[in-house]
Design a protein around this ligand. Structure first.
Ligand SMILES: [Zn+2]
Ligand SMILES: [Zn+2]
Length: 251
């Protein structure tokens, strides 16, 4: 039997904690939809928070594998997806991030509700601080501090006209110290190919950035060749280590 097989991995999706996330993005719907769509690994990556990871992880119970993540909004309003090996590391990073989180309150009528749930989707609390705002650290600092805590770091939706590194700061050096570049699932293969040609030495992933269940699908995420569906295997795949790899998502 082959040591490796392909797993379907979506490292970027939101829950009801993100104000822009649909209220149906609770733990039950996410786990149900991930199983229905045949996703093997999902990362719960809400804006500037990881507080709904425990609910989804507990309910999924390994099917799918659920990883803790945070989609950081930097001081420059650049989005960086940071995926952590375990919840302690994610919490520790969030504590650091929130040292410089401006004390702006969420207005649910304008932005939507920010709900922390348990695995039964009962409401634990409402997050009162607005999550879609720039935390007080620049992108270079966010990338390096997340990396120090063992995270995989990904420049989010680099193709988008806002909240993306190229849109805010322009082209980045080819060796910018993140583990991968993310492209939006909505790109067609020609549009995606343009990005591959701009950064030919980099590994690209496709992520759904789902805010509702209907966009969670294999066609909106990435295939990865892994020995098993785990954080460490994904890290190795992003670096092409020892036979693991991430094929071009539009291939
Ligand atoms: Zn984003
Ligand atoms: Zn997002």
């Amino acid at each position: 039997m082959d040591r490796f097989r392909y797993y379907w991995v979506d490292l970027h999706l939101h829950t009801v904690l993100s104000p822009c996330g649909e209220l149906e993005m609770g733990a039950r719907e996410i786990v149900f939809r991930a199983r229905e769509a045949g996703l093997d690994v999902i990362a719960i990556s809400d804006h500037n928070s990881c507080d709904n990871f425990p609910a989804v992880s507990e309910l999924a119970d390994g099917s799918p594998v659920v990883l803790p993540a945070i989609e950081v909004q930097t001081a420059e309003d650049i989005h960086v997806v940071t995926v952590f090996p375990d919840y302690d590391a994610a919490r520790d990073f969030k504590d650091w991030l929130w040292l410089k989180m401006p004390p702006i309150k969420n207005d649910p009528d304008v932005f939507g509700y920010q709900v922390v749930v348990d695995s039964k989707d009962d409401i634990v609390r409402m997050e009162e601080t607005l999550l879609i705002q720039g935390a007080g650290y620049d992108v270079d600092t966010v990338v390096s501090r997340a990396g120090e805590r063992g995270a995989v770091t990904i420049l989010a939706h680099v193709d988008r006209p806002a909240f993306a590194y190229p849109a805010v700061l322009g082209p980045f050096p080819e060796d910018y110290p993140v583990d991968a570049l993310e492209l939006s699932a909505r790109l067609d293969s020609d549009q995606a190919e343009e990005w591959r040609q701009k950064y030919p030495s980099r590994v690209f992933i496709r992520s759904s950035d789902s805010h509702s269940p209907d966009t969670m699908s294999r066609g909106n995420c990435s295939r990865m060749l892994l020995e098993k569906p785990s954080f460490e295997e994904i890290r190795m795949a992003l670096h092409g280590t020892d036979g693991r790899r991430v094929p071009w998502p539009w291939g």
